[in-house]
Design a protein around this ligand. Structure first.
Ligand SMILES: Nc1nc2cc(Br)ccc2s1
Length: 242
């Protein structure tokens, strides 16, 4: 099963890193098809204008609906897809979102710049296909391109055959609802710092307990919201003791 991903942007070069390394190999292996399209190819004026002043006034510029309409009609002509529009005003993009999208045949990403894309673009396509306005975090980027890179990587790594060791996809930090604890490798002592003894004890029950305690400790310290979100039965007595 392959996924077709199309990205429409005024900075196609920004998406070049998607063709590097792991994702590049997935594309070469035919697990993913990637198409990057320059929005300005669908302008008709000499200035290739893609934005204009906002109705109602206010700072910045808004991306014009006509250009986006022609671009998305052209890209979507190849077949039905889920349309994704990164925006700081979007629903949070999470690992669950990535899992859901990994099952899609086609994803089309519309990279906005400026103050965003005229709302009628989302509204008109939402009438005939799934459209998701999503944000990758509570900070404002200059454009949607970097957000698309993040989301494409999160989705593609879940596709069968992309990761060398697929188990790690299931063992993600977020799969048991806790953050990943600390990891260590050789040498056993480095700049006066030693690997925790238990990890070299061979006592697998103690190691599992220690790792769970470190994950609980880190989650409580850095992401108490994740602890609160755990299902009732997720923490056993030993966990609570922590
Ligand atoms: N967090 C995010 N910031 C931005 C900014 C622009 Br401009 C477009 C999309 C996104 S997603």
């Amino acid at each position: 099963r392959r996924v077709r991903i199309d990205v429409v942007t005024i900075f196609p070069g920004y998406l070049a890193p998607l063709r590097e390394a792991l994702l590049g190999r997935a594309i070469e292996a035919g697990l993913v098809e990637l198409g990057v399209h320059d929005l300005r190819d669908w302008t008709h004026d000499v200035h290739q204008a893609v934005d204009d002043s906002p109705y109602g006034g206010g700072p910045g510029m808004v991306m014009r609906p006509q250009v986006w309409g022609e671009a998305l009609d052209a890209v979507l002509a190849a077949g039905p897809a889920r349309l994704v529009v990164p925006t700081p005003a979007g629903r949070p993009f999470t690992q669950a979102t990535a899992q859901a999208w990994a099952g899609e045949e086609r994803l089309v990403f519309a990279c906005g710049r400026y103050e965003g894309i005229d709302q009628r673009v989302v509204d008109s396509y939402a009438a005939r296909m799934p459209v998701d306005e999503v944000s990758i975090g509570d900070y404002v980027l200059v454009g949607g391109e970097v957000a698309v890179m993040v989301m494409v990587e999160a989705v593609v790594r879940l596709l069968p055959g992309v990761l060398g060791n697929p188990v790690s996809a299931q063992e993600d930090s977020f799969s048991d609802g806790l953050l990943e604890g600390p990891a260590y490798t050789r040498p056993v002592s480095w700049r006066g710092l030693d690997v925790p003894e238990v990890l070299r004890s061979g006592n697998h029950a103690a190691i599992a307990r220690w790792r769970r305690d470190r994950a609980l400790e880190r989650t409580a310290a850095r992401r108490p919201d994740l602890l609160d979100a755990l299902p009732e039965d997720a923490l056993d007595r030993a966990d609570r003791a922590f």
